[in-house]
Design a protein around this ligand. Structure first.
Ligand SMILES: Cc1cc2nc3c(=O)[nH]c(=O)nc-3n(C[C@H](O)[C@H](O)[C@H](O)COP(=O)(O)OP(=O)(O)OC[C@H]3O[C@@H](n4cnc5c(N)ncnc54)[C@H](O)[C@@H]3O)c2cc1C
Length: 247
């Protein structure tokens, strides 16, 4: 999996603060410089003032201002299973690579067995991997070797049969029905800062599946560079709690 930042609002935290100050100012925020807008906020420097205000908003649960800044990520190589999970979030926007218009006719099934095109879950290769919904604990090496063999043979066969159906003239949109749910997909998704915290509440949590947790952690790392005061505060004070960002 790979996650890249594609586009994001410039000065997201200036925007959050301006929107929040609008709520409590008699003057019109549009007529003032950012320094003027922040005059009454506690702090020596403008950075300190932003920290004060953003910390206060997050602590008080005043989440509306965090809906203004928007960020867009490009995600490569997640399974369609992970895609189904993330796209359940209705306040994010998605574009997903089509399997109607993109066909995998030139992928070598032998390469699929080695990990191309279909995501290999860690439980297929790691004897010590404990999945959340797994009955029992770690398994012996022999068992995991069998698991891996079955998994690799299964995904290889699926792609062989998919390609055979294409050769028989079946359109890709129908031939894809035989491909596994682990088939990789590339996706672009956009989300505002509030929704990103809500997604992290649910998808970086311990009861979430390893793949969407991994994706969410990568997204959060990029969000911390983009909107540092907000996402550092989130990391330190809110992550892994029931924040009711979207009650
Ligand atoms: C660990 C885990 C396991 C899951 N297992 C399953 C499963 O087995 N089966 C399954 O179907 N789903 C499952 N889900 C998905 C889950 O039920 C939600 O659909 C998904 O997490 C989207 O989150 P959300 O409900 O907060 O909505 P979002 O779309 O993220 O919306 C954010 C918030 O907006 C509000 N909202 C949005 N739309 C509405 C609406 N129409 N009406 C009222 N309020 C709304 C709610 O407050 C909501 O929390 C699982 C999720 C997790 C994290």
């Amino acid at each position: 999996m790979e996650v890249q930042l594609l586009e994001a609002t410039d000065d997201p935290e200036e925007l959050i603060c301006s929107a929040a100050r609008n709520d409590y100012m008699e003057d019109f925020v549009g007529d003032k410089s950012f320094e003027e807008v922040m005059t009454t906020v506690e702090g020596e420097t403008i950075e300190e003032k932003k920290e004060t205000l953003i910390g206060h908003l997050l602590k008080q649960g005043h989440f509306g201002p965090f809906e203004h800044p928007q960020i867009t990520f490009a995600v490569k190589g997640i399974s369609r299973s992970c895609m189904a999970q993330i796209t359940r979030h209705r306040h994010a926007s998605f574009d997903v690579r089509s399997m109607r218009y993109v066909s995998f006719d030139d992928v070598d099934p032998e390469d699929v067995a080695e990990g191309e095109l279909v995501v290999t879950p860690p439980s297929a290769t790691d004897p010590d991997w404990i999945g959340r919904n797994q009955e029992g604990g770690a398994v012996d090496d022999e068992t995991v070797e069998k698991r891996e063999a079955v998994f690799r043979e299964s995904v290889k066969r699926s792609v062989e049969e998919y390609q055979e159906l294409l050769d028989l003239g079946m359109p890709p949109e129908d031939a894809r029905f035989v491909l596994p749910i682990g088939t990789e997909v590339n996706m672009v998704f956009s989300v505002n800062a509030r929704m990103l915290m809500h997604i992290a509440d649910l998808r970086a949590a311990a009861d979430s599946q390893w793949e969407i947790r991994d994706m969410t952690e990568r997204v959060l790392d990029l969000a911390k560079e983009w909107c540092p005061i907000t996402f550092e505060y989130y990391e330190e004070n809110m992550k892994n709690r029931k924040n009711r960002i979207a009650p």
